[in-house]
Design a protein around this ligand. Structure first.
Ligand code: MN
Length: 276
C-alpha cells in the first residue's frame, strides 16, 4: 500500500482516490498512525474516501523522532569522495528531524560559496521499535520504503551540521509498505538533476544492506516507529544550484521531485569560508 500525507492527513492512496486514516477534526499523528498501522489498515474499509490530488501531497512522516544516516555505504561513492572509511568504520550520523520536507517543499541553498550536493537514497521507515535486533529479525521492524534526498554541504564540519538545514531531507512522495517490498536489496535507485541522470545503482551495492544497517543502528539507539533511515548514496553526487529540479525514483517504491531555491544567509563563524 501507499501511505501518504494528503492535505495534511495520513492516507492510503488507492488509484485515483485516497482513504483517510483519521477524522479531520481529530488530532493528526503520522507517527502514531505508523506505530498502530495494523489497526488502521484493518479499518480501511470503514474509512472515508476522497479524490487523490498529487498537489496536496506532503511529507509522509512530517516529523519523525529521528533521522539516522549511513555515511559512505556504497564503494563507488567512497571512490568518488576519495575517503578512507566506509560505514563500517564511521558508524552512523543523525540528521535533524526538522530537515524533513515532502514533494511540496523546497531544498534551500544557504551558502552559494560552498558546494551543496544531492544524494539520492533509499529511505527506510521504521514500524516497530527495534533494539538490539539481529539481521534476521530486522526487516520485521520496517514499516515501509520511500525515496529520500540526503542534501549535504560538503566540507569538514560534522555531518549533522552540514546535513540538517530545514529542507535538507526531502522524503516521499509516499511510503510503500514493506509487505510489497520483499527484498529491499533488489531495488534500483536513480537520481536526476534537471532531467540529467546522475545516479543509477542497485541497492544490492550497499556495503551494509538494509537489515545490516538496522542491526547495527539498533545496537546503539532505539529505533522507533516513524524513524527514518537514510541508507547511503551511490556514486554520482554533485552540486545543486537554485533553480535546479532534483528527482529521485525507486521502481516499485515511489518517486519525488523537488525544486532547489536560493536561501542565502550569512555563515555563522563555525562555517569555513573557503570554497570546496
Ligand atoms: Mn547520504
Amino acid at each position: 500500500m501507499r501511505f501518504a500525507n494528503h492535505d495534511g492527513l495520513p492516507v492510503v492512496i488507492d488509484g485515483d482516490e485516497v482513504i483517510e486514516l483519521v477524522d479531520r477534526d481529530s488530532p493528526v499523528d503520522f507517527v502514531g498512525a505508523i506505530a498502530a498501522w495494523p489497526t488502521y489498515r484493518d479499518a480501511l474499509a470503514t474509512r472515508p474516501r476522497r479524490a487523490f490530488d498529487p498537489k496536496l501531497l506532503g511529507p509522509p512522516v512530517p516529523r519523525p523522532g529521528k533521522v539516522v544516516g549511513a555515511p559512505v555505504n556504497y564503494l563507488d561513492h567512497k571512490a568518488e569522495m576519495n575517503v578512507d572509511f566506509t560505514v563500517a568504520g564511521l558508524g552512523f550520523f543523525l540528521k535533524s528531524p526538522s530537515s524533513i520536507v515532502g514533494c511540496d517543499g523546497e531544498v534551500p541553498i544557504p551558502f552559494p560559496g560552498r558546494r551543496t550536493d544531492q544524494e539520492a537514497e533509499l529511505g527506510v521507515v521504521i514500524g516497530r521499535r527495534a533494539v538490539d535486533v539481529t539481521k534476521q529479525e530486522a526487516l520485521d521492524h520496517v514499516f515501509g520504503y520511500t525515496c529520500l534526498l540526503d542534501i549535504t554541504v560538503r566540507g569538514s564540519e560534522e555531518r549533522s551540521t552540514r546535513k540538517s538545514f530545514p529542507g535538507f531531507t526531502p522524503i516521499g512522495s509516499w511510503i510503500t509498505t514493506a509487505d510489497e517490498i520483499p527484498d529491499p536489496n533488489a531495488l534500483r535507485v536513480r537520481g536526476w538533476v534537471n532531467g540529467n541522470l546522475r545516479q543509477d545503482a542497485p541497492t544490492s551495492d550497499m556495503i551494509y544492506d538494509v537489515a545490516a544497517l538496522i542491526e547495527f543502528m539498533s545496537s546503539v539507539i532505539a529505533l522507533e516507529p516513524g524513524d527514518v533511515i537514510a541508507t547511503g548514496t551511490p556514486a554520482g553526487v554533485g552540486p545543486i544550484m537554485p533553480g535546479d529540479i532534483v528527482r529521485v525514483e525507486i521502481e516499485g517504491v515511489s518517486s519525488i521531485e523537488i525544486p532547489v531555491v536560493d536561501a542565502t544567509r550569512e555563515p555563522h563563524e563555525v562555517w569555513q569560508t573557503k570554497e570546496d
